[in-house]
Design a protein around this ligand. Structure first.
Ligand code: TRH
Length: 377
């Protein structure tokens, strides 16, 4: 009998909640033969990542996953063997009762946000709340042994390596997005929240010695790009040139194409959680715009990651990378940090590859979840 899984996702804002749960649901089906229902309260956000989604359907099958619209009145539903509340979302009361009514209680997990902080290791797998006879457990993704790991599909790195080794595949993919970079241009992708530091970074690229082709998928940072260009609007496909910098707006692409975009670029600016992890699997130098939290607690998370990520770098390269990331995350002046980081490009490039391999040497998050269930039985 296939193990049944229910994954609940409320889209708080942005795309990370659905991005992570959709990726996990697909992988549990494809690699672990699980029967997965994914309950989502915002199918429009989902459609951006997966254009095949029918936004009005109460139930639909997508890539082997049963996608259920989680809106309006809850219909009586039997509980699955494993229940995942993603990012502490609140399950429907009637579903909690259905969990408690099972002869054998289900495994109930809260899939938490990703953090590199040390305390995560101590809290991963601990019991949390209880509803009647059903115990909930914390499940923390993470970068260190003793955490739940990172989402990484089987074969992902081989696919990525093959793609990056195939210049023709890269050109064909980029051309499908209308991107034809000059042969000597450095290709950079930019996915970020609003950022007052952007103008100084764009200045640095426009006046720098290396031609840069910057790709900006439609989204929140675009308003800052337009302000810098002194333009009212740019639609996908449009290109603007300022000195050594060519700027191009891209459509928001389906999730698998976004991977290929990251693999195609020499440098990726990413944000939040899922794109942040995907840029690490792309094994290229990167810049992270962390999701802002109250009382600046996100800055602790940033430091925790920087501490781990920069450990193998030479002292100068380490300082350069930390300076760039810190400036970006407080909306500070970027130009000097960018020039400094450019001096360490080759080292950073090799480091990104090493970091990727090191992270990939740990069990991936879906495998860790399946193992957690087996141990729990
Ligand atoms: O959209 P985000 O800012 O999501 C955030 C974070 O997850 C954050 O931790 C969370 O608290 C907040 O949402 C509510 O960034 P993230 O996590 O990178 O998710 C973006 C998703 O969008 C990811 O799955 C990649 C995908 N994507 C595409 O599919 N196509 C695109 O063109 C782009 C730019 C992204």
């Amino acid at each position: 009998m296939r193990v049944t899984w229910d994954i609940f996702c409320t889209v708080v804002d942005n795309f990370g909640d659905i991005g992570v749960t959709w990726r996990l649901a697909r992988q549990l089906v494809a690699e672990h033969q699980c029967a997965v229902r994914l309950w989502v309260d915002d199918l429009r956000a989902f459609e951006r990542l997966c254009p095949a989604i029918q936004v009005d359907a109460a139930r639909q099958w997508q890539q082997g996953v049963e996608v259920c619209r989680w809106q309006g009145e809850w219909q009586p539903t039997a509980s699955a063997d494993v229940v995942i509340a993603a990012f502490a979302c609140q399950l429907p009361d009637a579903y909690l009762e259905a969990m408690a009514a099972r002869e054998q209680a289900p495994l109930w997990l809260n899939l938490d946000y990703l953090s590199a902080e040390d305390w995560v290791v101590g809290c991963h797998g601990l019991p949390s709340l209880k509803h009647k006879n059903v115990q909930k457990y914390f499940f923390f993704p993470g970068f260190q042994a003793g955490t739940g790991g990172l989402l990484r599909e089987g074969g992902l790195l081989l696919q990525r390596e093959a793609f990056q080794a195939d210049a023709a595949a890269r050109s064909v993919f980029l051309a499908s997005l209308g991107v034809v970079p000059a042969p000597d241009a450095r290709l950079v992708s930019l996915f970020a929240y609003e950022n007052t530091g952007l103008a100084s970074w764009l200045d640095a690229m426009a006046t720098g010695g290396t031609p840069t082709h910057l790709l900006v998928p439609e989204g929140r940072v675009l308003a800052d790009v337009l302000r810098w260009l002194d333009l009212e609007q740019m639609t996908p496909g449009m290109v603007q040139v300022r000195g050594a910098l060519t700027l191009q707006v891209l459509p928001f692409v389906p999730q698998d194409d976004y991977d290929r975009l990251l693999w195609s670029c020499d440098f990726n600016a990413v944000r939040g959680e899922d794109s942040f992890v995907r840029a690490q699997w792309a094994a290229r130098p990167m810049l992270w715009h962390i999701y802002r939290q109250e009382d600046d607690i996100h800055l602790d998370k940033l430091e925790a990651f920087l501490h781990l990520y920069t450990a193998g770098l030479s002292p100068d390269a380490r300082l350069a990378l930390q300076g760039l990331w810190r400036a970006w995350n407080v909306g500070g002046e970027m130009a000097g940090h960018w020039r400094e980081a450019e001096r360490h490009w080759q080292e950073w490039f090799e480091h990104a590859e090493r970091w990727c391999l090191e992270q990939a040497s740990r069990p991936d998050l879906a495998a860790a979840l399946v193992q957690f269930y087996r141990n729990w039985l």
